[in-house]
Unconditional design. Structure first.
Length: 326
């Protein structure tokens, strides 16, 4: 029997079977997928083959096993820190990532955004930046938000500014973005991933948590990835109704974003604007750090490349060098 993994708790998986029923499945201890080393061999979004043996569990229901994982169209993977050898697959077979970011409460750093975007580029997963909590921002913060949106739009990323808490008017533009697609929601803890999911469904599908007063940080409320099927009509205000259908994956908030085994030479490929300009560097193998005739450094001086992007690029480059000495 074939099904789609919609939830993973680490020790068991909920699989939505082709007939629409959900079953809880396990995997055998020695289950591995060739070629990928990760802490979770099966991820949310995987299509799997399920078998039941005729045994009953202690609770009296049948025991189901995942025996096979179908080839993935794509997946997105991260290391929790750069020192850790373990990688974790956030989800498989996704059409896009909605990276939820907040200018404040909590502050999402540009380094985090850029490291995420670079990883998504490496795995060829389109990413949309969604700036949330605009209802909380001061004039100055709103101005900063506009600058960031301009920056990322100029590189080629779609951006949206929303307020997940402000109800319908806060969510304008989302139906069109999500319909017909499987979208992974990611971002730091406390940015409002689960709140956005609940708002889109119009009811509480999953728990949300306050951000801590002391640190202005999220408290890691969502602890497992879970996939939800969004189906129905959304009221977009002014009596226009939009139909919406897609899958949304809520995930636990992430702190750092350790990247996966990039080669030094390829890092610049994942920063679109840096890559474009690097064609004009004097040396073909320019790392854009201190070589003469570097077009990227020149562009940064002239303001055609943002300093924050160049810094993020350098930080990724630094990781690659570091890992060579471990
Ligand atoms: N004012 C305001 N608060 C929001 C908005 N979106 C979310 N929040 C609040 O932010 C807090 C954190 O929201 P969550 O949805 O739990 O955040 P999360 O990204 O799912 O966090 P983790 O599950 O820990 O990764 C809650 O108190 C929400 O009510 C918004 O648009 N405006
Ligand atoms: Mg959450
Ligand atoms: Zn260069």
């Amino acid at each position: 029997m074939r099904g789609l993994v919609i939830k993973s708790t680490g020790s068991s998986y909920i699989v939505r079977m082709d007939d629409g029923s959900d079953v809880e499945c396990r995997i055998k201890g020695n289950f591995r997928i060739r070629g990928i080393r990760s802490t979770n061999p099966v991820a949310v979004g995987d299509y799997v083959e399920v078998q039941s043996d005729n045994r009953l569990s202690d609770k009296g229901h049948s025991v189901y096993w995942i025996t096979e994982v179908e080839d993935r169209r794509n997946y997105i993977i991260r290391r929790s820190t750069n020192l850790s050898k373990e990688s974790h697959i956030l989800a498989a077979n996704i059409d896009q990532v909605a990276l939820i970011v907040t200018v404040n409460h909590p502050v999402t750093s540009t380094t985090f955004i850029d490291r995420f975007l670079a990883t998504a580029e490496a795995y060829r997963v389109p990413t949309v930046l969604i700036f949330n909590k605009i209802d909380l921002l001061t004039e100055e913060e709103l101005a900063h938000l506009e600058e960031l949106r301009k920056l990322y739009e100029s590189i080629g990323y779609q951006t949206l500014a929303i307020s997940a808490l402000a109800g319908r008017n806060g969510l304008a533009g989302l139906s069109g973005l999500l319909t017909g697609k499987t979208t992974l929601l990611s971002g730091n803890s406390g940015v409002g991933k689960s709140t956005l999911l609940n708002a889109l469904f119009g009811r509480e599908m999953t728990r949300t948590g306050k951000i801590s007063d002391a640190h202005d940080k999220g408290m890691h409320t969502t602890t497992f990835s879970e996939m939800y099927e969004l189906k129905g009509q959304r009221d977009e205000g002014q009596s226009t109704k939009e139909s919406i259908h897609g899958w949304l994956i809520d995930t636990p908030g992430i702190k750092g974003f350790g990247t996966i085994d990039f080669e030094k030479e390829e890092v610049s490929h994942y920063f679109r604007e840096i890559f474009r300009i690097s064609a004009d560097c004097r040396f073909g193998n320019c790392t854009h750090t201190n070589e003469p005739g570097c077009a990227v450094q020149q562009a940064a001086i002239e303001g055609r490349i943002a300093i924050s992007r160049l810094e993020s690029y350098m930080s990724l480059l630094g990781d690659c060098t570091e890992s060579k000495y471990r």
